[in-house]
Design a protein around this ligand. Structure first.
Ligand SMILES: [Fe+2]
Length: 543
């Protein structure tokens, strides 16, 4: 149901008419221009302008999607574009809407990335875009399981495409609202939203995007509580959550309210905490007062008892799958945690970062519909095997073992180190590397070779700039074998202090600690690179 001609963003001159009392405002705006309201007056038009050359953008998209490996029902590795086009479960015009939306957000990510400051390079393209393009397939699989129709499937995929489209390091807690506004705007370029069926689709897409914020519930509840505690100067999260109602110190009431908010957001399907229609969390006026201080107006819930919630559930399942049950998701989580990220992501080692992905898996798993849980379980088994392979390989890489004469050890180049490590890992644990355990493809093997090459180059760049890997100096009495511990790999990384604005003060570390801090970022890059390559290998092992 694509409109033939692309529509221009509408003029904003009607906005003055919307300033009437709330009830009248709603109906007046609905009659005048619902898209204006849903998009918050076309708020994200600069980030998401209409495509200038749609054919060119879609062909660039198609080339890009060739790098997204997915598995067909009969065990073939293909790419997501080809899969959707060849299975034709989604009608042609609905597929076209999906590609248009994807092309649009892809251009936006490209634009954001090219103008990004040095400190946030990679966030929009490497993380957000790559997450979005991979999520399409998993939302699609969830739609199949949930028996959604062609247009419901299209809407679920479109909701997933825009759900994180306006996410940045500053708006995490309201990125769902911003994403929903972006979807309404973008769809108004393609669809004739004066027709009821188009408008209804826009509305359900907008709602599903708002609802996706419930997952993972404990993580989201904690994030809201942390932000409130910080804003209201209540102390740490633990201090707030562990404080009791009988605690008479100043600020007790606010602590009580934050605990209550934490509890409600953490249990999004508990009917005791919801509005009678089960559509939103029921906050008290006082709780709303606090939440408004961090920009939250509402917390939308796709309750399983409400049938139309399935669109949001397909999106949440796909998001869960890409974040927590496949190698690329673990790569993404590793990427946002550890050195030079936010203060609350300062993990001691890369294992802690990966473990947080596991924790989020179970947190989010609890709210998945029973029908889609097998999809998640299959994914986590596959991921577990992938992580084991990557960690084995990295263990060899950082073991300090070098084959050949000892005196030549210092001169061994990064690429050779990688080749030797992989070889040793395969010899020691052939059972986890056996080819018959995976469905794969030529493209997958090529991708893996390229990844190993990149890891080698990364190490060589390090060697050329900084010299050897900065293992910790061994204590005199230590009788551990190997070269010594490596922070962020097998010993806790020391983080620099932060100033009042939260920026790191690198000089609070000694020069050698700074070097280790820099190498910790290489450890993370290597793990991310190798995990991404694992995305091309699908488990074929008996479960
Ligand atoms: Fe999101």
């Amino acid at each position: 149901m694509d409109a033939k001609a692309e529509k221009k963003p509408k003029s904003t001159k009607k906005s003055a008419e919307a300033v009437v009392e709330p009830k009248a405002k709603k109906s007046a705006v609905a009659v005048l221009d619902p898209i204006q309201e849903l998009s918050d007056n076309y708020r994200w038009r600069e980030i998401l302008p209409p495509l200038v050359d749609e054919a060119r953008s879609i062909s660039a998209l198609r080339a890009d999607l060739a790098d997204v490996p997915v598995l067909t029902n009969d065990g073939k590795v293909t790419n997501v574009y080809h899969k959707l086009e060849s299975e034709s479960l989604v009608q042609r015009q609905d597929r076209m809407s999906v590609w248009r939306c994807l092309a649009l957000v892809r251009e936006a990510y490209l634009q954001l990335e090219s103008s990004a400051d040095e400190g946030v390079k990679g966030y929009q393209w490497n993380m957000n875009w790559k997450h979005t393009r991979a999520e399409v397939d998993q939302v699609y699989e969830a739609c199949k399981i949930l028996n959604l129709s062609s247009d419901e499937t299209r809407d679920a995929i479109i909701a997933s495409i825009f759900s994180d489209s306006i996410k940045n390091r500053g708006n995490f807690i309201v990125h769902n609202v911003h994403g929903s506004q972006a979807a309404a705007l973008a769809l108004s370029y393609f669809w004739d939203t004066t027709k009821e069926e188009y408008l209804q689709s826009v509305q359900r897409i907008v709602l599903a995007i708002k609802q996706h914020q419930i997952a993972p519930p404990e993580f989201m509840a904690r994030t809201v509580a942390v932000l409130l505690a910080r804003k209201l100067k209540l102390g740490t999260f633990e201090q707030v959550i562990r404080s009791s109602a009988s605690d008479e110190r100043e600020g007790t009431t606010n602590k009580y309210l934050v605990r209550s908010i934490y509890n409600k957001i953490g249990h999004p399907f508990d009917e005791r905490y919801l509005t009678p229609d089960l559509a939103r969390v029921q906050f008290t006026d006082e709780e709303r007062g606090l939440l408004s201080q961090i920009g939250i107006d509402d917390w939308w819930v796709p309750h399983p008892k409400i049938n139309s919630s399935k669109i949001a559930h397909a999106l949440i399942t796909g998001d869960h799958s890409i974040n927590y049950n496949n190698p690329d998701g673990f790569a993404k989580i590793a990427l946002i945690r550890g050195p030079a990220t936010e203060a609350f992501f300062e993990d001691a080692t890369i294992y802690d970062s990966l473990e947080s992905a596991m924790a989020s898996f179970s947190d989010s798993f609890n709210i998945l519909l029973p029908e889609v849980r097998p999809l998640a379980l299959h994914g986590i088994r596959r991921t577990h095997k992938a992580v084991t392979r990557v960690m084995r390989m990295m263990t060899e890489l950082f073991s300090g073992v070098v084959e050949g004469p000892r005196e030549s050890a210092k001169n061994i180049k990064g690429r050779e180190l990688v080749a030797q490590a992989l070889d040793r890992a395969r010899r020691k644990n052939p059972e986890i590397f056996a080819a018959e355990l995976s469905y794969t493809s030529d493209a997958g093997h090529k991708y893996q070779d390229r990844s190993l090459e990149r890891v080698g180059c990364l190490l060589e760049e390090w060697q050329e700039t900084f010299g050897e890997i900065p293992f910790s100096i061994r204590e005199v009495n230590s009788n551990e074998p190997g070269p010594g511990r490596l922070p962020f790999w097998n010993s806790p990384l020391k983080y620099p202090k932060r100033n009042e604005q939260g920026q790191i003060i690198i000089d609070s570390l000694t020069p050698y600690e700074q070097k280790q801090f820099a190498f910790a970022q290489r450890i993370r890059e290597i793990a991310v690179e190798l995990l991404r390559a694992e995305q091309w290998f699908f488990s074929n092992a008996p479960e």
